[in-house]
Design a protein around this ligand. Sequence first.
Ligand code: DP6
Length: 349
Amino acid sequence: WVLTVMAQTPTNIAVIKYWGKRDESLILPINDSISVTLDPSHLCTTTTVAVSPSFTSDRMWLNGKEIPLSGGRYQNCLREIRSRASDVEDAEKGIKITKKDWEKLHLHIASYNNFPTAAGLASSAAGFACLVFSLAKLMNVKEDNGQLSAIARQGSGSACRSLYGGFVKWIMGKDDKGSDSIAVQLVDENHWDELVILIAVVSSRQKETSSTSGMRETVDTSPLIQHRAAEVVPKRILQMEEAIKNRDFPTFVQLTCSDSNQFHAVCLDTSPPIFYMNDTSHRIISCVEKWNRSEETPQVAYTFDAGPNAVLIARNRKTAALLLQRLLFHFPPQSDADLNSYVVGDKSI
Ligand code: DP6
């Protein structure tokens, strides 16, 4: 027999960024962060997990290609989920798996991203969240999403925020073991549903410095990062929570853009400096800033992760349509294929 479970998880985009760890192996951050979860029909991971007595080892395939499961991050997630497994019974198929059986049974995992992994669009966030969620369902783990988020966090920090829709806060926590470093939902996907997220794929090349090593170098060498984590982010988190609660778009824009810019400033402050944005990214920032300043109130927020691609958050569908027009005018696609690079997504799950 084979027992399978399939799950789908969207990616999330941070509006107050996570950058820097206080514990590398448990993945504990140096500041809180806030993100918005995208609609699953756009950028998401679909994972199928299967268990069978005929499987002789744990194996995983990513986009159809087998990948090693030996990495510490995968092993940590598998171990944490296995230790919480419960009895599973499928009377129709005549399957009965006890808590003890799970220690010996092996798993096959197949995961697909509906977007290019190489495009630097937060694939690890959706990937680890989906892995943990689907395994928890298969093994009848009774934990709630908050506790599952602490396990997904050990796969990739940003993954813990993908277990909820809407706006999500990852609380850094105080415990050395990470028990209180979990994600909580601030508001659900219906709270601010007029927002539209548009991603301009500036380059689909894989980033040169991974988030993991980039943030390690920043923590080791940047004098600015301590100021950011201790002074700037705690205040911004409170202001951002208020702005989200009140659907205060001008404050949301100001905080989102400033936080993205400060994240890239600490990257520049790293030795040697890390450049994630390129000339096109900078031109997109200027274009949005100029537009926002020419209107009575800001129309669009921008934020950039560890790569040159722009994530643009428009206040409503009408603004999103105007934004797309402006982007196509100022940044004309070089080829027909480039037209696919403007990915339009709703933020709701
Ligand atoms: C810039 O979660 O990819 O996207 O925890 O080492 O796996 P690891 O890093 P990762 O870092 C994400 C960094 C970011 C900001 C964010 O998503 O908050």
